[in-house]
Design a binder for this molecule. Structure first.
Ligand SMILES: NC(=O)C1=CN([C@@H]2O[C@H](COP(=O)(O)OP(=O)(O)OC[C@H]3O[C@@H](n4cnc5c(N)ncnc54)[C@H](O)[C@@H]3O)[C@@H](O)[C@H]2O)C=CC1
Ligand SMILES: O=C(O)C(=O)COP(=O)(O)O
Length: 585
C-alpha cells in the first residue's frame, strides 16, 4: 500500500511537533511549537543580514517589519535577534548556537537564501525549535555558469593577462592558453549544478565524463555524459570540475593521494565548497606541476586570510564566492526564501525545510525504534550500491499484524529516504521534505504492506528495503530477483539487521558493520576477531548466516570503531573470504 504524506495535516491543529532522537540531536529534545504571529501580536519582524534581492525584500515587507542590517558583529546579531521572528542570511552570516540561545525562543525561522547551509547550526536550530529553510534551486544555473566562466578564464589566463595589461605590460607569449575542445572534463557530483555544467561543457565540444554513484544513468546519457568510477574520472581528465556537497565522504577528497593519480597538468575548478579540497595538498600539487592551474570560488575559510598562498599563486584564478551572484539568481533565491519564510511564519509547510520532523508524540513513542531501524536500513542499502546506474527504484515492505489503517508509516518512509539520500547529498531530510527530495532526485519509493497473522502488539514485525536495477559492491546482498535487499527487526527494543540478500544474520544496528561472504568452515570468526583485536577494534557482535552447512555463509561483524584500511585488507586477504564490505551505520 503506498502512503503519501499529507503534510498540511501535520502542521495544522495545535502544531505540536517533536524531534526524534535518531534524526536530530538529543541534547535538548523539546516540543516545537510553530505559531503564526509575532509575540507582540502585531506584524512579525524579519532580520535580513546580507544583501538580498529586492523582489524578496518587497515580498517580506507585505507581511512583516523588515530590518536589513548588513555586516553585523556577532554581538550585534545576538542583541537584535531577541526582537526577531525570522532571520534571513546567505553564506556570510554564521548562525551558531549562541544566536539561537540569544533569541530566547522568539526566533521561529531561519531562511538561507541559497543552497549550502553549512553556516547554520542545524542541531541548535532544531533544539531551539527553529525551522530552517533554504532556496535550493534558484541559483543552480548561476553556479553552473560561474563554473564555466572559471573554466574558460583559467584555460586562457584571462585574469592574469588582464592584471598584466592593467600594469602597463603587453605580454603575449606568457599567456598562451590551452584549448577546451576535444579535452576531457570530469564533473565530480552530477546533481543540479554538475549536470548543468556538463551540459554547457558538451556545447563547448568537450568530452564530458562524470562520477556520481547516485546519479541516474539516463540523465547522464540524455546529455551525452559518461558515468565512470572516481578513479577513471580523476586519472583520465584534462579538467576536473567539483560539484559535490561538503560531507564526511567528500571532505578533502582532493588530497595528496588523489592528486598523484591525476594526469600531469590537470586543471581544476571548484565552485562547490572549499573543504572538498585539501588546500595544502593543492599548493604542493601546483608547485610540482601535477596541477597546472586551479580556479577557485570557494575556500575552507571565507574570507581567506590576507596572504593566502593559494589566492596569491600565479596559477590560481580566484573569485570571492561569486557562484550564486547574478542579478537573476539573487532575485530568484530572494523570492524563493521569502515565500518559504513567510509560509513558515504563517504555520504553513515549507517544501524546502531542512529540519523539523513533525509527528504526534504518541505515534513517535511507539515507532521510535522502528524509526531508527528504517533510517539504518536505508543507510545500509545505499552503501551497498555501486556502478553508475543510480538509485531510482526503492521498495519498502512493512510486515505487520496490524490493520493497514492502524499503522502510520509516513515517518518510517521518510526515514528510509533520509537513510538513502543523506549520506550522498548536501540535503537534510525529514518528514517535511523527504518525498520532495526523493522525487527531485528521481528516486521512486514504493511501499508495500504485508499483513501477518498474530498479535498486533508490535506495530511492525520486520521492514525490508529493496533497491532495484543497481549493481552491488557486495554481490551476496542481492535477492533472487537481483535487487539489493536488507531486512531488519526491532528485537527487545534494539533495531537489528536480520537479512542481507538471501542470508539470514543477526546484528544489532549500532556502530558499523563488516559483512563477509566466505566458504562456511570452522575458525573463521576467530580469524577475523583476532585481526580486529590486533588493531584494538572493539567487536560488539558477530553472527553467521549460511545457505547450507559447508557451503557459503555471510558473517556480519559489528565494530565500534572504523578499522584501518590495512586491517580491512587483512580480512579480505583471508583465503576463505570471497567478498567483504565495510558499512557505516
Ligand atoms: N559557489 C557558489 O556560490 C555555490 C555553490 N554551490 C555548491 O555546489 C554544490 C552542489 O550543489 P547542487 O548541485 O545544488 O547539489 P546537489 O545535491 O543537487 O548535487 C550534489 C551531487 O553530488 C553527488 N555526490 C554526493 N556525494 C558524492 C560523492 N562522494 N562522489 C560523487 N558524487 C557525490 C550527489 O549524488 C548529488 O548528485 C554544493 O556544495 C553547493 O553548496 C551551490 C550553489 C552556489
Ligand atoms: O547557495 C550556495 O550554496 C552558495 O554557496 C551561495 O552562497 P551566497 O548566497 O552567494 O553567499
Amino acid at each position: 500500500m503506498a502512503t503519501s504524506l499529507n503534510l498540511s495535516s501535520i502542521f495544522s491543529s495545535s502544531r505540536l511537533v517533536t524531534t526524534p532522537s535518531s534524526v536530530f540531536p538529543t541534547r535538548q529534545r523539546r516540543r516545537i511549537i510553530l505559531v503564526t504571529s509575532s509575540s507582540s501580536g502585531g506584524k512579525p519582524t524579519i532580520l535580513v543580514t546580507e544583501k538580498l534581492g529586492q523582489a524578496g525584500i518587497d515580498l517580506l515587507k507585505k507581511y512583516a517589519n523588515v530590518d536589513c542590517s548588513n555586516d553585523l558583529s556577532l554581538e550585534e546579531l545576538c542583541t537584535k535577534i531577541s526582537l526577531c521572528d525570522a532571520l534571513i542570511v546567505r553564506s556570510g552570516t554564521k548562525v551558531g548556537r549562541d544566536v539561537f540561545e540569544s533569541s530566547r525562543g522568539r526566533l521561529k525561522v531561519v531562511g538561507r537564501a541559497g543552497v549550502g547551509i553549512d553556516n547554520v547550526d542545524l542541531a541548535a536550530a532544531t533544539e531551539y525549535g527553529c525551522l530552517v529553510v533554504n532556496a535550493p534551486t534558484a541559483n543552480t544555473v548561476a553556479a553552473a555558469e560561474h563554473g564555466i566562466a572559471l573554466l574558460t578564464a583559467m584555460a586562457r589566463n584571462i585574469a592574469q593577462a588582464d592584471a598584466s595589461i592593467k600594469a602597463g605590460k603587453w605580454t603575449r607569449n606568457k599567456y598562451v592558453g590551452v584549448s577546451l575542445v576535444g579535452k576531457t572534463l570530469a564533473v565530480l557530483g552530477f546533481g543540479k549544478v554538475g549536470s548543468e555544467v556538463a551540459r554547457r561543457a558538451r556545447g563547448l565540444g568537450m568530452h564530458v565524463i562524470t562520477h556520481d554513484p547516485y546519479a541516474p544513468a539516463d540523465r547522464a546519457r540524455a546529455i551525452g555524459v559518461e558515468l565512470v568510477s572516481f578513479e577513471v574520472a580523476i586519472s583520465t581528465a584534462d579538467f576536473i570540475s567539483l560539484h559535490l556537497p561538503l560531507t564526511a565522504a567528500t571532505s578533502k577528497m582532493m588530497n595528496d593521494v588523489t592528486f598523484s593519480m591525476m594526469k600531469k597538468g590537470v586543471r581544476i575548478v571548484n565552485v562547490a565548497r572549499g573543504g572538498v579540497i585539501d588546500e595544502e595538498a593543492l599548493l604542493r600539487a601546483l608547485d610540482l606541476g601535477i596541477v597546472a592551474q586551479a580556479a577557485l570560488d570557494v575556500f575552507t575559510v571565507e574570507p581567506p586570510v590576507k596572504d593566502n598562498k593559494l589566492v596569491l599563486h600565479e596559477s590560481v584564478t580566484a573569485t570571492p564566492h561569486l557562484g550564486a551572484s547574478t542579478m537573476e539568481a539573487q532575485e530568484g533565491v530572494a523570492i524563493e526564501v521569502a515565500e518559504a519564510v513567510i509560509g513558515a511564519l504563517r504555520g504553513e509547510l515549507a517544501a524546502t525545510a531542512v529540519n523539523a520532523p513533525m509527528v504526534p508524540l504518541e505515534v513517535l513513542r511507539e515507532l521510535k525504534p522502528y524509526v531508527v531501524l528504517a533510517e539504518k536500513l536505508g543507510r545500509l542499502a545505499v552503501q551497498l550500491v555501486t556502478g553508475g546506474s543510480g538509485v531510482n527504484a526503492v521498495k519498502v515492505t512493512y510486515a505487520s499484524s496490524r490493520a493497514p489503517d492502524d499503522l502510520d508509516t509516513r515517518l518510517l518512509r521518510a526515514m528510509v529516504i533520509k537513510g538513502l539520500i543523506e549520506p550522498i547529498s548536501s540535503v537534510f531530510i525529514n518528514l517535511v521534505n523527504s518525498d520532495y527530495i526523493a522525487k527531485q532526485r528521481g528516486v521512486k519509493i514504493s511501499e508495500e504492506r504485508m499483513v501477518l497473522d498474530g498479535s498486533p502488539e508490535n506495530p511492525i514485525e520486520y521492514i525490508t528495503v529493496r533497491i532495484a536495477n543497481v549493481e552491488s559492491r557486495f554481490a551476496s546482498a542481492l535477492s533472487e530477483s537481483g535487487e539489493i535487499k536488507v531486512e531488519g527487526r526491532v528485537k527487545q527494543g534494539v533495531p537489528s539487521l536480520t537479512k542481507v540478500g538471501l542470508f539470514g544474520v543477526d546484528v544489532s544496528l549500532e556502530g558499523s558493520v563488516i559483512l563477509c561472504r566466505q566458504v562456511d568452515q570452522p575458525g573463521m570468526i576467530g580469524k577475523v576477531a583476532s585481526i580486529l583485536g590486533d588493531e584494538n577494534v572493539n567487536v560488539s557482535f558477530m553472527s553467521v548466516g549460511r545457505i547450507a552447512p559447508g557451503k557459503q555463509a555471510v558473517m556480519a561483524i559489528g565494530v565500534d570503531e572504523q578499522p584501518s584500511k590495512e586491517t580491512l585488507k587483512k580480512i579480505g586477504d583471508i583465503p576463505a573470504i570471497e567478498e567483504f564490505v565495510f558499512l557505516k551505520l
